[in-house]
Write a protein that binds this ligand. Structure first.
Ligand code: ATP
Ligand code: MG
Length: 171
């Protein structure tokens, strides 16, 4: 049995979630299965339609709208914790070849759960699973634990010129 590795995509430049989606596409095209869990996000993202196009691709969201405009409340915490539990089941079961925890770093940054919870899931996973963790503000403990760490560094972003997320490009 081959061993799976843990990827971590962080930094403030564009490309973290996109990279996880790109890896997922490649894995599906190689006949693998993918579980793509999205923390903090609730609907609105085009990748929610990926299962229509990609057999073997499962996506679930563990957030509601965009709470980043206000402080997370009990419902945000509850959704995130249930999402982490769901990811734990998926990681232990070994049903999927690739498991993505999109924006898990941001959930940690907002203290929706603890980094020790995430480390526990990684340790208890079926060893052949390839895991991808994304989101800005990755905590040092996760950087230490990952086998591959990439920082997307912003050189320039049209966000600062007022260009907000566009369907099919950012969402
Ligand atoms: P993508 O999903 O395009 O790969 P990403 O996953 O690397 O991006 P995230 O941090 O998850 O990046 O989300 C960036 C989104 O948040 C962008 O769609 C952008 O519109 C918005 N955004 C908010 N603040 C910023 C900022 N300071 N710099 C860049 N984007 C920002
Ligand atoms: Mg992202």
């Amino acid at each position: 049995m081959h061993r799976g590795y843990v990827h971590l995509y962080t930094g403030n430049g564009k490309g973290k979630t996109t990279a996880a989606l790109g890896l997922s596409l490649r894995a599906i095209c190689a006949g693998k299965t993918v579980f793509f869990g999205q923390f903090l996000k609730g609907s609105e993202y085009s990748e929610l339609r990926a299962p229509e196009f990609l057999p073997g691709f499962t996506i679930e969201q563990f957030g509601r709208g965009c709470f980043l405009s206000h402080e997370p409340d009990v419902e945000d915490i509850e959704l995130a914790r249930r999402g982490l539990e769901r990811c734990g089941e998926v990681l232990r079961s070994g049903t999927y070849d690739v498991v993505v925890l999109d924006e898990v770093n941001v959930a940690l940054h907002y203290r929706l759960f603890e980094v020790s919870d995430v480390l526990g899931l990684l340790e208890a996973r079926a060893p052949e699973i390839e895991v991808v963790l994304t989101g800005r503000h990755a905590p040092d403990e996760l950087i230490e634990a990952a086998d591959l760490v990439t920082e997307m560094k912003e050189i320039r972003h049209y966000y600062h010129r007022g260009v907000r997320g566009r369907v099919g490009i950012e969402k």
